[in-house]
Design a protein around this ligand. Structure first.
Ligand code: BTN
Length: 249
C-alpha cells in the first residue's frame, strides 16, 4: 500500500506555528498540512503560557479537519503524547526508559519536561479545523521559571537531525489519528497512553484552576479525564489541571 506524504511548509521564523495554522484555516486551508518553524517569537503553551522556542528544538503544527465530535478533540493531546513518545523511542539510543507521559500533554524525561502539546480548534459553519502543536526540546532545555526542563540530547543520537524527527513524528501522529477513528477507538489510545504514564497508585497532586487535590493515580476515564483515588476512597476525575507527583517525605 502506498502512503500519501502530507505536505509541509517550513519557515525560518514564525510568531507561532499554531497561529500560522489557524490563519491558514481562516483562509480556507483544511489540510492535512504540517507547518514547521526553526524558531518562534510568540510560541503558545497550554493555559495561555508562553512556549520558549529556541533554535534547534522541534516546533511544529499539524492542521487537519477531522469529522470528530467537539467533545472528543481534547483526546488528541493524549494521542499526540503517545505518538511523540513512539517517535522518540524509535530513534532513541539511550535513556528512553526515562521518558514518560504526564497528563494531559507533557513529554517528560526523568523529572523534567522535554516537550508539550497544544491542541487548538476553530469551527467554520459545520466544519471543524484542528491544529495539533508540538514543541520538543531537542537541543536546548529552555530556562523557564518554576519548571524543570530537559533536552533530548541524552536520548537521541547526534546522527538524528530535526528533519528525521519531524518525518518520524509525522508518521506516528498520522498513524495514531487513523487508529483513533475520530474518537470511536479512543480506548486504544488510552491503553497506549497508560503504558507510558505513572503506575496506577502513584501519588499525584492536581492543581485545577487553583483548587489543589491529592490522591493516587487511578487511570483515565473513558473520555480521557484524569482520575484520582482520594484518601476517603472516593475516585474523582478531572478534565483540566496541572499535575505533579506528590512527594512522600
Ligand atoms: C505546553 O504548554 O506544554 C504546550 C506547548 C506547545 C508548544 C508548541 S511549539 C509548536 C506549536 N506552536 C505553538 O505556538 N505552540 C505549539
Amino acid at each position: 500500500m502506498t502512503r500519501t506524504v502530507t505536505p509541509r511548509r517550513v519557515f525560518g521564523q514564525l510568531d507561532s506555528t499554531n497561529a500560522e495554522a489557524l490563519r491558514l484555516a481562516r483562509s480556507g486551508v483544511r489540510g492535512p498540512l504540517w507547518i514547521d518553524a526553526e524558531c518562534q517569537t510568540l510560541g503558545r503553551g497550554r493555559l495561555g503560557r508562553h512556549w520558549m522556542s529556541e533554535r534547534g528544538n522541534l516546533l511544529t503544527s499539524y492542521l487537519f479537519a477531522p469529522k470528530a465530535a467537539m467533545e472528543n478533540l481534547h483526546q488528541l493531546s493524549l494521542l499526540t503524547g503517545v505518538a511523540v513518545f513512539e517517535a522518540i523511542e524509535s530513534l532513541a539510543v539511550n535513556n528512553s526508559d526515562e521518558l514518560w507521559l504526564k497528563w494531559p500533554n507533557d513529554i517528560m524525561l526523568g523529572t523534567a519536561k522535554a516537550g508539550g502539546v497544544l491542541v487548538e480548534s476553530t469551527t467554520f459553519s459545520d466544519e471543524t479545523v484542528v491544529v495539533i502543536g508540538i514543541g520538543l526540546n531537542v537541543a536546548v532545555a529552555p530556562n523557564v521559571s518554576g519548571v524543570a526542563t530537559a533536552d533530548l540530547r541524552s536520548v537521541l543520537p547526534t546522527t538524528v537531525n530535526l528533519s528525521d524527527l519531524r518525518i518520524r513524528l509525522g508518521e506516528t501522529v498520522e498513524e495514531w489519528i487513523g487508529v483513533w477513528s475520530c474518537g470511536d477507538e479512543f480506548t486504544k489510545v488510552r491503553t497506549a497512553w497508560l503504558k507510558k504514564a505513572p503506575k496506577i497508585g502513584t501519588p499525584l497532586t492536581i492543581n485545577a484552576g487553583g483548587d489543589v487535590y491529592s490522591g493516587q493515580f487511578a487511570g483515565l476515564d473513558e473520555t480521557g479525564s484524569l482520575c484520582l483515588t482520594h484518601p476517603t476512597g472516593e475516585v474523582r476525575c478531572y478534565t483540566f489541571g496541572d499535575v505533579s507527583r506528590t512527594s512522600i517525605d
